[in-house]
Design a protein around this ligand. Structure first.
Ligand code: PLP
Length: 398
């Protein structure tokens, strides 16, 4: 007998984003004015038509359990959207609504990954992928992306073996803002067919994409529908992070298994949020384009400003709302009070404590030497934050 924590949990970390969120909250409560560029949620309110649909659901007493895979009208709306956007047709039992895209990822990965299975994850990557794989009993195999953050298909191919069960990709990508090109996705699709593994495709940022880039879903290539586990959600496109709504489209048996996970954990996604999500998909879409346009203006400002700071290098951001910049040139420098900056985490601690700007260290995304900031804040806030970052970085001495 023992009252120790499980061995499984010993290998799992608290999401780095959530941990920093808690630290910022603590500093704010002690009276320090912090600018949060660490949080991954749009700063816009949920559009009114969606809020109204949620209120109507409450007033209509649509406030009880629903079917475990989500209400049929929402799955139908998802099927229509996926057909229109990706040209792929799913049946009702090939779609499941989940309590957020993160839960969709977790349930789908638990459905296909078990003890001894390996899952390839190109890095930098979203903080949660490796731990979700570990929670399922699998082993994450981290494979570097190229210098420009495109997929290194040779390295991915070299990482494949008889234990490879899946690869997880995200496009447009958090944290780098990269949008994978059709050609590299086509090559990955061929590899997945040749070596027989699933592609978990996280497309949660698909609508936050900037001029000159085009979103391509790997599920749309011939023979890929059944080996793609398409994950998407409402948090980013419709600014609905707190409504906790996501979904997964995949082969019928994968969906049935993912729904088992949901049925034994959260039972169903929230009924009220499901009603609001039907409106999100079927109602007016103007707010989606308006948000993306606003993000694009901020992207232009943030990337240009970062690249104008001595020692900082930032790749162009093609989608999502993050800038991921190289700060390796500051490693070994000292702060005005004499502390040495040895890592990106040290640099972020300095930015937080001295400049009062919260940013995420690249190590959280398995990319030491980088920092991620979110530009889901107003221009006014971004200008103030980037001025503080510039002053802070210029004050570092070698
Ligand atoms: N996938 C990626 C790449 C994300 O950045 C996030 C949230 O930041 C999620 C999934 C989870 O989204 P949700 O709020 O729908 O759980």
């Amino acid at each position: 007998m023992s009252t120790e924590l499980s061995t499984r949990m010993k290998n799992i970390s608290m999401s780095a984003t959530s941990a920093l969120f808690a630290r910022v909250d603590e500093m704010r409560r002690s009276g320090i004015d912090i600018i949060s560029l660490n949080v991954g949620e749009p700063d816009f309110p949920t559009p009114d038509n969606i809020k109204d649909a949620g209120i109507k659901a409450i007033k209509d007493d649509f406030t009880k359990y629903t079917s475990g895979n989500g209400i049929a009208s929402l799955r139908e709306a998802i099927i229509k959207k996926t057909e229109q956007d990706n040209g792929v047709s799913y049946a009702l039992d090939e779609v499941a609504v989940m309590t957020g895209a993160k839960q969709a990822l977790a349930a789908a990965i638990m459905a296909v990954v078990g003890d001894g299975d390996e899952v390839i994850i190109p890095i930098p990557c979203y903080v949660s992928y490796p731990d979700i794989v570990r929670l399922a009993g699998g082993t994450p195999i981290l494979v570097d992306r190229k210098e420009d953050f495109s997929l290194d298909l040779e390295a991915i191919s070299d990482a494949c073996n008889e234990h490879t069960k899946a690869i997880i990709i995200c496009t447009p990508d958090n944290p780098t803002g990269t949008v994978y090109k059709e050609d590299e996705l086509r090559q990955l699709a061929e590899l997945s067919k040749e070596r027989d593994f699933f592609v978990v495709s996280d497309e949660i940022y698909e609508k936050i994409i900037y001029s000159g880039s085009r979103h391509c879903s790997i599920s749309s290539f011939p023979g890929m529908k059944d080996r793609t586990i398409l994950v998407n959600g409402f948090s980013k496109t419709y600014s609905m992070t707190g409504w906790r709504m996501g979904y997964v489209c995949a082969r019928k048996d994968v969906i049935a298994a993912a729904v088992k996970v949901q049925s034994q954990t959260t039972t169903t996604p929230p009924s009220i949020s499901q009603a609001a999500s039907v409106e999100a998909l079927t109602g007016p879409q103007e707010s989606v384009g308006a948000m993306a346009k606003e993000f694009e203006g901020r992207r232009d400002f943030v990337v240009e400003k970062l690249n104008s700071i001595r020692g900082v290098k930032c790749n162009n951001v093609e989608g999502a709302f993050y800038a991921f910049f190289d700060i390796k040139s500051f490693i070994g420098y000292r702060t005005p009070t004499g502390e040495q900056i040895n890592t990106d985490t040290d640099l972020c601690a300095y930015l937080l404590n001295s400049c009062h700007v919260a940013a995420m260290p690249g190590s959280a995304y398995f990319a030491p030497g980088y920092v991620r900031i979110s530009f889901a804040s107003s221009m006014e806030v971004l200008k103030k934050a980037l001025d503080s970052i510039e002053v802070g970085l210029n004050a570092l001495k070698c």
